[in-house]
Design a protein around this ligand. Sequence first.
Ligand code: GLN
Length: 315
Amino acid sequence: MASKLDLAAPDLARIVAEVAAEVQPHRGEGHVADYIPALARVDGKRFGLAVITVDGETAEAGDAWMPFSIQSISKVFTLTLALQRLGDELWKRVGREPSGSRFNSIVQLEAEHGIPRNPFINAGAIVVTDALMEGRPPMEVVTDIRDNLRRFADNATIDVDKEVASSEAATGFRNYSLANFMRGFDNLKSPVEDTLTAYFHQCSLRITCRQLARAGLFLANGGKDPISGEQIISPEHARRICAVMMTCGHYDASGEFAFQVGLPGKSGVGGGILAVVPGKAAIGVWSPGLNESGTSQVGALALEKLAAKTGWSVF
Ligand code: GLN
């Protein structure tokens, strides 16, 4: 079968190795998230990169096998589940415009009547998680989210880091205020405590670059997992998720990421980034040091280099 890529497998392996070598001197740059001990003690010099193509080719470098805290990248997968189950009704409760604000900002919520700007800022992700609750106990929803991530990643070992989950709950004062505020506008259906329990646990899932790339591959292939053949979500919804990743995936630095990398992406404060190359590949990258907006500094640099060398920018 002819490859859908304009790139042979040995070239992809060479490019991934080159990118890893070029970012080597930058390892350790940025600031490791320190709002909870379990994140603060991660070695800031770690770097992992994994690419999987829609043809099933893989290329990896560095710590691609090492689990890290998924944090806000989980928002892509809960959005997928919510769109699959609720369809476009979801957009009545959450918008799809960039916020231009930090990930945990509350300022726009009052003016916009408790409807968050997009599903990737914390307020929006909390609403999306709430939409998945359907009256179920929170830990049942957590199992549902975890099991679906295991299915997308084709890996049954993915699980919640309990220490991270309880620290998130103990320090998540801003998330409590966002959730209470939205409950006041009737945009949260379940009790605040329940929805946040599910939200904190989804952020606390541990994943590797390899698993992350695999889990995101359906987004590169019109919503269909090219390896299992399963249509995970409709092509229309896959296209929309990628659009929101492009415009909102990095909070107030989404424009800069589009400018430098030119791929739909989603970052998390654990230092991971999922990037999607429509029609071609999915990429998982991880390096714990963050830039001012909460996106992995060296991870974003690696993606910039990878996009330049492969010509994979969508622009
Ligand atoms: N758990 C973090 C929070 O809700 C996730 C933030 C992030 O990764 N940007 O604050």
